[in-house]
Design a protein around this ligand. Structure first.
Ligand SMILES: CC(=O)Oc1ccc2c(C)cc(=O)oc2c1
Length: 277
């Protein structure tokens, strides 16, 4: 692992690293915030999954999360949103597919199937690396925004027992039924829509083995609300399955990090509570 930068913030440290990933067969960059408490004890970790076009840096620079995380004694790990450094067909042509848009799946369609294994990376490889090299416990929570909200929800639903809590900001709740998801799933997973169900929150909710309560914030002035995000689909799936959902429709908020920064403290408190902080 190569340390790229180290910055003191809120009494803790924000560090960025580059490392060689086996899951994506190439270099990946991630950031970790370590609160001051990590100097004397191991602390639990919140994994933050960012949305389309983002890198590890959007959350660290715009969410305003570190003051509260420092108070709580919570580490935050921020991975990138796709493999980098390849040049596959269509990989760099649009903001919603390929580079910056890994969708947290394991691609099965060539050539993306060579390296687009963001699910394995964020669920297994990165936590193993983090828990080996940093003063953290194996108590994990996960959250994310938009494409990353979809990622956080599927990671929890597919891995009972692995996370203590989950939340999301404006998640893509039903990717099988929206343009972003249909494009990404066709490109990464192929034409068989049955295979897509294993990566769709609304499908996974029906058969989940563990039912961690979901905290979701959704801006009512979000331009992507009706066509892409579909919070009502999540409401219906949760209602049908008896899955606890706190869906907060936030008047006037859009899809930006201004929205995230307005409510991130509530999400950190939700995770801290589940993590016993
Ligand atoms: C920094 C920032 O604003 O990030 C951002 C902007 C737009 C989007 C969209 C449209 C989708 C998504 O998944 O993430 C995302 C993130």
């Amino acid at each position: 692992m190569e340390l790229l930068s180290s910055t003191k913030v809120s009494g803790g440290w924000l560090k960025r690293y580059r490392h060689e990933s086996l899951s994506v067969k190439g270099d990946m960059v991630f950031a970790i915030f370590l609160p001051a408490q990590a100097e004397s004890a191991n602390v639990p970790v919140l994994y933050w999954l960012s949305g389309l076009t983002c890198t590890d840096e959007n959350f660290s620079q715009k969410a305003g999360a570190f003051k509260k995380a420092a108070e709580l004694g919570l580490a935050i790990v921020m991975p990138d949103t796709s493999p980098r450094g390849t040049d596959y067909p269509a990989e760099h042509e649009s903001y919603d597919f390929g580079s910056g848009a890994g969708f947290y799946v394991n691609a099965t369609v060539a050539p993306y199937s060579n390296t687009y294994h963001m699910y394995d990376y964020v669920v297994k490889e990165l936590p193993t690396l983090v828990e080996e090299h940093f003063p953290v416990t194996d108590k994990r929570s996960i959250s994310g925004h938009s494409m990353g909200g979809h990622g956080a929800l599927i990671c929890v639903l597919k891995n009972p027992g692995r996370y203590q809590s989950v939340s999301a900001f404006a998640p893509i709740t039903n990717p099988m039924q929206c343009p972003w998801g249909e494009k990404a799933f066709t490109g990464y997973l192929g034409d068989d829509r049955e295979a897509w169900k294993a990566w769709d929150t609304c499908e996974l909710i029906a058969t989940a083995e563990e039912r961690l309560p979901l905290l979701v914030d959704q801006g009512e002035a979000d331009n992507f609300l009706e066509e892409q995000l579909k919070p009502e689909a999540l409401e219906q799936a949760c209602e049908k399955a008896g899955h606890e959902l706190t869906l907060r429709r936030q008047s006037g908020y859009d899809h930006s990090y201004f929205f995230i920064s307005s409510f991130i403290d509530d999400h950190l408190a939700h995770h801290a509570n589940a993590l016993g902080l």
